[in-house]
Each structure stands twice: as structure tokens, then as C-alpha cells.
Design a protein around this ligand. Structure first.
Ligand SMILES: Cc1cc2nc3c(=O)[nH]c(=O)nc-3n(C[C@H](O)[C@H](O)[C@H](O)COP(=O)(O)O)c2cc1C
Length: 185
């Protein structure tokens, strides 16, 4: 059992990211993992407002202390990321920037989505940041092109192939979380 934190990168009203994240949560839970779904719209972090560098962990704001404790609990991270102007969302960057050590040596998977590129440019842009934070990307690409076409009554209806790819990603997150555990302790 791995504690997987799923973060929804989009905070727009009516975002497709939320039904995609609900699908991911359902599959991760069905695979026997404990899931913490983070809706950045609910978390509502202000723009990074700590006076000290995150690496010092000298947090002064209750929202930072709470975010730190929540991320600390996770063994693995799964980002559900839209593509905005060939990159990822500012809300996601802000949430990542708040912390440093809390992310380190945790495996991360990216479920990207968007238009023709299926969010792969957002995923590629994320790589640089994730690596800097010490997150370790599992080698499975999960990219959804035109996710709106998969919505049925507001829920994301995945294809068999998408289900299979997500299952592989979740399996890899579990394996990497175990392998990296000594580095996190
Ligand atoms: C500000 C903005 C910029 C976008 N830029 C791109 C883009 O560069 N490439 C792309 O494929 N789709 C782009 N899109 C389309 C989004 O990927 C698509 O609308 C997706 O559903 C957004 O995710 P969300 O509904 O969860 O916010 C953009 C959408 C927005 C709102």
C-alpha cells in the first residue's frame, strides 16, 4: 500500500482536470493504495508568500505548515496537469514552489491532457521543476488528447488503453515508492 497524493493542476470553474482526477483516484484506490486528492482550488494557497527559502523549512504561515505536513505524508505523487500555452498551470507551479525537502525522493507520475499535443509539452516543462525538487518521474507517459470528448454525464470515461496505461503508472509509483523509501527516511 502506497500513500499517493493526486494533485489537480487546474483551478478553473468547470475544469476537466477534476473528473480526470476522480478517475485516477478511483483506479489508485482500486489498486489498494491510500489516496489523498488535492484540489488546488480548495487548498487555495496564496502566491508563495514565505520570507525564507523553502529549503530552510522556516515556515511562518499556517497554510505553508499545513501544506508541508500534508505533502510529508505522501509516498508518491501523481499530477493531473492541463496544458496552458505549451506549459503547465501557475497554480501547480505555486504549490510545488512552496516546499522543497517534502518532495524529495518521491516518485511522481504526470497525467497530462490538452489539445493536439495531449499536454505533453506541459509534462516536458514540468520535468525540469520536478527534477530540481528531487522528485523522480516514473517512466510511463499518460497523455490525454481532447479529454472533453471522454466526458459522460460529467465523469471521465476512459478507453481500455487509457485504463491500462494508468494502471502501469500506478504500479510503477508503488514500486518506486518502495525502492526510494531509504532515501526518504
Ligand atoms: C489559458 C489556457 C491556455 C491553453 N493553452 C493550450 C495549449 O497551449 N495547448 C493545448 O493543447 N491546449 C491548451 N489549452 C486548452 C486546454 O488544454 C484545455 O482547455 C483543457 O481542458 C484545460 O484543462 P482544464 O479544463 O482542466 O482547465 C489552453 C487552455 C487555457 C484555459
Amino acid at each position: 500500500m502506497t500513500r499517493i497524493m493526486i494533485i489537480v493542476g487546474s483551478v478553473r470553474p468547470g475544469r476537466i482536470g477534476l473528473p480526470i482526477a476522480h478517475w485516477v483516484r478511483e483506479r489508485a484506490a482500486a489498486a489498494g493504495h491510500e489516496v489523498d486528492l488535492v484540489d488546488l482550488a480548495e487548498l487555495n494557497l496564496p502566491f508563495m508568500d514565505e520570507p525564507e527559502m523553502p529549503g530552510k523549512r522556516a515556515y511562518t504561515k499556517p497554510h505553508t505548515i499545513a501544506w508541508s505536513a500534508r505533502v510529508e505524508q505522501a509516498d508518491a505523487v501523481l499530477l493531473v496537469s492541463p496544458e496552458y500555452n505549451h506549459s503547465y498551470s501557475p497554480a501547480l507551479k505555486n504549490a510545488l514552489d512552496y516546499l522543497q525537502h517534502e518532495w524529495a525522493a518521491k516518485p511522481v507520475g504526470v497525467v497530462s491532457y490538452g489539445g493536439a499535443s495531449a499536454g505533453l509539452r506541459a509534462a516536458a516543462a514540468l520535468d525540469q521543476v520536478l527534477t530540481t525538487l528531487g522528485l523522480v518521474r516514473v517512466p510511463v507517459d499518460m497523455a490525454i488528447s481532447g479529454p472533453g470528448a471522454h466526458l459522460v454525464d460529467g465523469a471521465f470515461a476512459a478507453t481500455e488503453k487509457q485504463d491500462a496505461t494508468l494502471a502501469r503508472m500506478i504500479d510503477q509509483l508503488g514500486r518506486y515508492a518502495e525502492a526510494l523509501r531509504p532515501l526518504r527516511s
